[in-house]
Design a protein around this ligand. Sequence first.
Ligand SMILES: *Cc1c(COP(=O)(O)O)cnc(C)c1O
Length: 422
Amino acid sequence: MQALQSTDPELFELIRREERYQRDSLRLIPSENYVSQAVLDASGSVLQNKYSEGYAGRRYYEGQRYIDKIEALACERAKALFGAEHANVQPYSGSPANLAVYCALLQPGDAIMGMALPHGGHLTHGWDVSMTGRFWRPVRYGVTRETGRIDMDEVRAIALRERPKIIVAGATAYPRQFDFAAFGAIAREVGAHFLADISHIAGLVVAGAHPSPLPHAAVVMTTTHKTLRGPRGAMILCTEALAEAIDKTVFPGLQGGPHNQTTAAIAVALREAATPEFRAYGQQIVRNAQALAEELLARGFDLVSGGTDNHLILIDLTNKGVIGKKAAKALDRAGIVCNYNTVPFDPRKPFSPSGIRLGTPSVTSRGMRETEMRQIAAWMDAALHQVDDEEALKRIAGEVRAFCRAFPAPGLTVAEAAATVV
Ligand SMILES: *Cc1c(COP(=O)(O)O)cnc(C)c1O
């Protein structure tokens, strides 16, 4: 980044600090990852310079000889990897992609049935503060109090009662698998579209570590930057029958020119995801989450649903006498980055909830395995017993930093010797 360093030293320094921070901390935010150098190369390429409204072979701009090939490659790889009939890789991110699906398939005021946000659903599944909960009528399902899991009989009863036009299966904070076959059957029974939002778990699906929503869902949306380990973006996979409606809604319905640098980086990530190494990576993410969960349980932590079968863990900290936000802030000072999170039936407010959310995609990208997860749980336990002891948190941060150096993260280039401060 020599050009950046000389043109804008202030910004260069901020990026370098962020890079050191990413190197020297244990990043346990389940929606984050480390992309490869190849993905970074593609997203920082001269494709930034191009406009290409339209789709490959049907553009409103000349000069698309290479752009068309790049987008076609991304679409072909997406279709092959997931077994989809059609792929649109142009949505700018996950939220606009979900909006595009709704705009393509629903009329204003139709009902969207999605998982309630406090139970792990996403804002764009019809929550009130999202426009998806304003332009359409939200219908919600959640988890049961006893199990922390979705009860498919209850989902069916709600669907039969409310007759939604679309049912969304997907979450940002649900540690269990989705029964896509059962969701698909219910959608068919009530005559609703079925959208599987696999943003969090796309990499697990590719790796065979979570059942695929295809062919149960006619529309599948995923972000490309979470477990899939690509650039920040999204794609919509659908049947041939829905292809035209989806494509027209993404462009010109909602967007202008696609971000070609992102399209190229998605293509690279999809190529990486098609390798045996990625399959092993996805499987290890789950094994790591389960090892981390086991050790946390042994240390008396209360995990929502009692554990995990994906990449993610939700801890209710009520029994530990510390609130989520205070815990997340203390952990960050100890070099362990996670986020505070609502737990199902949380008596506290969303801005200061009872829980924290953890995930293993990033640490698994660094090559950490079950042994390292047990060490992480030990540090978390120690930090959460000393949330007000700055010296203790600092000591842990030092140990974490030394530990992280043994597991180089993909895509980070900051010189080892150069950085000691975070
Ligand atoms: C992350 C996520 C989204 C939205 O993605 P953005 O790129 O942040 O807009 C949508 N749905 C689910 C389930 C997600 O996890």
